[in-house]
Design a protein around this ligand. Structure first.
Ligand code: AMP
Ligand code: MG
Length: 334
């Protein structure tokens, strides 16, 4: 299959919409990461997403909408808390898990009775949803397990020849995937941290709790509340360690054959090969650069990589959640 490169102008958007209406799959930019979109109501189109990504069949997809009316087509028994969250955080990087209606095919929800829904804020994404007239199921547009794509070229490097087209937009603003919460049980639960922080959610949902899988590895026998959390994710080929503590520079300087992924503020003190992934003072930059940095690690030809862990607060919690998976839960406490 030849993957079309579409420019993010009217013509390109129209072509993307035609492809989607005809059951094709298209890489599209969003404010979080690039998504691989298909008509959420078309089972055959959805099956193409799973095939192109090599995504396990039991990992459900997020459905993207552009207006609140569509919510009632997709979800039922919607609690008041969902509308409060929508009012405060939509459009934006928050995904809400609710009970699904019959309109959502089982393959989108991976057989669950629930569906994950988000209203993106990226103008291009919204235009594609509006002009196609479709809710779009869209997981991240990468090969399953590899770092999520934050540029159109990341999408092409994983999926060129496997998907119909890519809308060649800008790099993504947030850089990590959306926050996922469920409002189906007795109280709200954070399933995956992302662009909307736990602290922001607590203002609307004071009784929200954090699912165990956010910061620790599940036992093989434990069921995952969010199926995606049980899979190996974001891991470079190079053996990766997450390092917590202040004396990072001193620690990595004793590892001459490794590469350090560090904060801007400490980089002058690091004497081995290094990649700066952002500023500790400005953790949004860590999120923005995280996946591009992980994609670059394997090009360096070193045997080990040590990454300085961010604070587990604000957007730092989302960065930490991705890094602990990239490191296969190997954490060094200094
Ligand atoms: P991705 O689209 O690649 O960002 O992954 C979507 C994430 O949302 C995965 O971690 C899924 O497990 C999670 N997710 C999607 N639908 C549901 C659902 N119905 N219940 C719980 N988690 C879900
Ligand atoms: Mg993904």
């Amino acid at each position: 299959m030849k993957t079309q490169r579409l420019t993010p102008c009217e013509n390109g958007i129209n072509t993307a919409c035609e492809i989607l209406k005809n059951g094709g799959i298209v890489g599209i930019p969003t404010e979080t990461v690039y998504g691989l979109a298909a008509n959420a109501y078309d089972e055959y189109a959805i099956s193409k997403i799973f095939k192109a990504k090599g995504r396990p069949q039991d990992n459900p997809l997020i459905v993207h909408i552009s207006k609140l009316e569509t919510l009632c087509e997709i979800a039922k028994d919607i609690p008041k808390s969902a509308y409060l969250c929508a009012q405060k955080f939509w459009p934006g990087p928050l995904t809400i898990v609710l009970k699904k209606t019959e309109k959502i095919p089982c393959c989108v929800s991976a057989g669950l009775e629930t569906v994950a829904i988000r209203m993106p804020s990226c103008e291009l994404t919204r235009e594609v949803i509006e002009k196609s007239g479709l809710p779009l199921a869209a997981p991240s547009a990468n090969i399953s397990g590899s770092p999520s794509p934050t540029t159109a070229n990341h999408v092409l490097s994983d999926l060129d020849g496997k998907i119909d087209a890519v809308l060649m937009g800008d790099s993504c603003d947030v850089g990590v995937e959306s926050t996922v919460i469920t409002l189906v049980g007795e109280h709200p639960v954070l399933l995956r941290p992302g662009g909307i922080t736990l602290e922001q959610l607590q203002e609307v949902l004071p009784d929200i709790t954090v699912n165990k899988a956010v910061l620790s590895e599940l036992e093989k026998t434990e069921a995952a509340a969010s199926p995606g959390m049980k899979y190996k994710h974001y891991a470079p080929e190079t053996e990766t360690f997450l390092v917590e503590g202040e004396n990072f520079a001193q620690f990595v300087n004793q590892k001459p054959n490794a590469v350090a992924i560090c904060f801007l503020e400490e980089s002058d003190n690091i004497k081995i090969e290094k990649i700066i992934y952002g500023s500790k003072q400005n953790p949004e930059t860590l999120a923005q650069n995280l996946f591009a940095t992980l994609r670059n690690v394997d090009k360096l030809g070193v045997s080990e990589v040590y990454i300085h862990a961010p604070e587990k607060s604000g957007i730092g919690l989302a960065v930490y959640n991705r890094l602990i998976r990239a490191a296969a839960f190997k954490v060094i406490n200094l």
